[in-house]
Design a protein around this ligand. Structure first.
Ligand code: SF4
Length: 74
């Protein structure tokens, strides 16, 4: 199954991921960084399995992240 990995430490809180894919992202009120909704913490990064029909959109989000802290693995 494909998955999104969020390298959250380096997120700059620009909000683009939320604007493009609000079903997976929101901004934390605590630290202003993006949170991958439902993501599980694995070794400092957040991981979320996604269904095939969300792959293309998720790849688009990853491409638009200005600091490239979102990756989609197939
Ligand atoms: S697009 Fe990237 S830098 Fe911007 S809030 Fe989302 S994860 Fe953080």
């Amino acid at each position: 199954m494909a998955k999104i990995i969020h390298y959250r430490d380096k997120c700059i809180g620009c909000n683009i991921c939320y604007e493009l894919q609000p079903e997976y992202w929101r901004l934390s009120r605590k630290d202003g960084k993006a949170t991958l909704i439902g993501g599980k913490l694995k070794r400092d990064n957040y991981v979320l399995p996604i269904p095939d029909h969300d792959i293309v959109k998720s790849q688009e989000v990853a491409e638009h992240c200005p600091v490239k802290v979102i990756k989609v693995f197939l």
